[in-house]
Design a protein around this ligand. Structure first.
Ligand code: AMP
Length: 185
């Protein structure tokens, strides 16, 4: 599931996982719980996550491949927020090729920047003091910049491979979810 921060990757991945009976792996969630639990990985990634920077590729790839190794070749999974760089995408390709389960679909949730900022403002207003440290407007703006510089090139990368499916990310979660299911058919 590919898309900018705030595009709805997490929501759509959760809905899809439930509808098709797949595992949902969110690297952002894995990191947030590692930070909350104070594990070694949590300590290593905290500064990056707090700043809205990307965690180094090797660390992310190790965490994801470790997780995927626990699934059989018959199990389906949705990767939410991974890969986020071309290097991560190459490492994922290599891992999946060796496993003989090549990647089938990249769902790109397309939401314009002004809408992303509007959604963030609503999220900040609703959560009040509960806002996550990487959810402040400043950090969010940085995350958007990082997304356009480091992650958006994946759109072309996967388009060329013929596995990119774009979905209009505007509307209610259920409306977007229907579009996601439609492109997966
Ligand atoms: P997310 O919940 O997917 O927006 O991720 C929250 C934060 O976790 C990001 O801002 C990054 O700091 C880190 N993160 C999550 N996934 C990745 C990834 N694939 N590569 C690098 N950093 C990541």
């Amino acid at each position: 599931m590919l898309g900018a921060p705030g595009a709805g990757k997490g929501t759509q991945s959760a809905l899809l996982a439930e509808k098709i009976g797949a595992h949902h792996i969110s690297t952002g969630e894995l990191f947030r719980s590692a930070i909350a639990e104070g594990t070694d990985i949590g300590k290593k990634v905290k500064e990056y996550v707090d700043r809205g920077d990307l965690v180094p590729d090797k660390l992310v790839v190790d965490v994801v491949t470790e997780k995927l190794k626990s699934f059989t070749a018959e199990e389906s999974f949705i990767l939410d927020g991974f890969p986020r760089t071309i290097e991560q995408a190459r490492a994922l390709d290599k891992f999946l090729e060796e496993r003989q389960t090549p990647l089938t679909h990249i769902v790109y949730i397309d939401v314009p920047n002004d809408k992303l900022l509007e959604r963030l403002r609503i999220r900040i207003e609703q959560s009040g003091s509960q806002a996550r440290s990487d959810d402040s407007e400043e950090v969010f703006a940085h995350r958007l910049k990082v997304y356009w510089e480091e992650t958006a090139p994946l759109i072309e990368f996967y388009k060329e491979k013929g596995v990119l499916f774009s979905v209009d990310g505007l509307g209610t979660p259920e409306e977007v979810s229907k579009r996601v299911l439609e492109v997966l058919k």
